[in-house]
Ligand binder design. Structure first.
Ligand SMILES: [Zn+2]
Length: 344
């Protein structure tokens, strides 16, 4: 145990169902000794794995938050073998404000790991997870979308870890989400990611990108919720029969990756962005993918955005209003057969 100032009324060793909060100390102008309360619950029943289920790491990513809130209320203790820890909105201030970053300190929780015991509220959250929760979990499921900024083809994703046994375990768990694409991603946007911290402890980590922008379709909710249940069955923490895509009458998942810097296309200047292609579409090198238009200069030629390479448009920008440097497209490519063999 660390000497974290974060407190909880949950006793993680206790069987049964508990509802409580994580209390993180912070100050603001109307309260010197405030507690930031993050709802948490556990269902524990006999011997089995411990799975941490969380969403709202980025506050403006809601399908996972809804999926967890629905699941935590609907599961009976008898359906669980082992323990599930539910945190539907870990970055509560950001979830309430519909922001990616915490409005308390401007930090991105997913760049704050392993955390800092002397830091701000977001650093303390990361530190508590790293030191108190990840060590007792066998698997962590952290549900994301592309946030308001990016619209993703709904998919599960993972890092390509080096250890082959560990990689296989992660790939099987990610694949249990039964998404059309399963995505290998690179850390293009810095350090301090939650999955890297979980991987440093050798635990299984399943993450998703369930759409994004500000619209969540009914289909995306279904994919988020059905896949989540199937992953929990796969991890043997809830009862049920694991379903493969074949069982569902679907073709196998398509493993894709975007591991090179040129797979990520950024806005060369500010403007209004139009995508010419839908996510999931195959594109070819030099194909026009979209355009930027200029509100103050409608006479100007639009700036056409071209594909750097052949690939699949796995994600494009969410909002139309675009600033120079915003991500416009992520192009993914088929994972090589020799890598796929290491997943089996
Ligand atoms: Zn996210």
């Amino acid at each position: 145990m660390s000497d974290s100032p974060v407190q909880t009324n949950i006793d993680f060793s206790k069987p049964g169902t508990q509802w409580g909060t994580l209390d993180i100390p912070f100050s603001y102008n109307l309260s010197g000794w405030a507690k930031l309360k993050i709802p948490i619950s556990t269902i524990s029943n006999g011997e089995g794995p411990t799975v941490l289920l969380m969403a709202g790491n980025h506050g403006d990513e809601y399908p996972g938050q809804i999926a967890i809130m629905k699941l935590m209320k609907s599961l009976e203790q008898e359906q669980v073998t082992g323990r599930i820890i539910f945190i539907p909105a870990i970055n509560m201030p950001a979830a309430k404000a519909a922001t990616r970053l915490s409005p308390l300190d401007g930090k991105n929780l997913n760049r704050c790991f392993p955390g800092d015991i002397d830091g701000t509220a977001t650093d303390l959250m990361a530190h508590y997870l790293s030191n108190e929760i990840f060590p007792i979990a066998d698997a962590v499921i952290d549900l994301h979308t592309g946030g308001r900024g990016v619209y993703f083809y709904p998919c599960a994703h993972m890092h390509l870890v080096d250890d082959l046994e560990y990689r296989r375990r992660m790939a099987k768990a990610a694949q249990a989400y039964n998404t059309d694409f399963t995505f290998l991603y690179a850390d293009v946007a810095g350090k301090g990611l939650l999955p890297v911290e979980v991987e440093s402890k050798g635990k299984t980590i399943v993450t998703t990108e369930m759409g994004g922008g500000e619209v969540t379709t009914a289909a995306v909710h279904r994919t988020s919720q059905d896949g989540l249940k199937n992953v929990l069955i796969h991890l043997k923490v809830i009862e049920g029969e694991e379903k493969s895509r074949v069982d569902l009458g679907l073709p196998p998942t398509r493993w894709v990756q975007a591991l090179d810097a040129e797979d990520y296309i950024f806005a060369p200047e500010s403007g209004l962005f139009e995508s010419f292609v839908d996510v999931g579409a195959e594109v070819s090198k030099d194909q026009p993918l979209g355009a930027l238009y200029f509100l103050e200069r409608p006479d100007r030629e639009s700036t056409i955005i071209h594909a750097n390479n052949d690939g699949i448009a796995i994600a494009h920008r969410g909002p139309t209003l675009t600033s120079q440097g915003d991500i416009l497209f992520c192009l993914a490519h088929n994972v090589e057969a020799e890598v796929l063999r290491t997943f089996e």
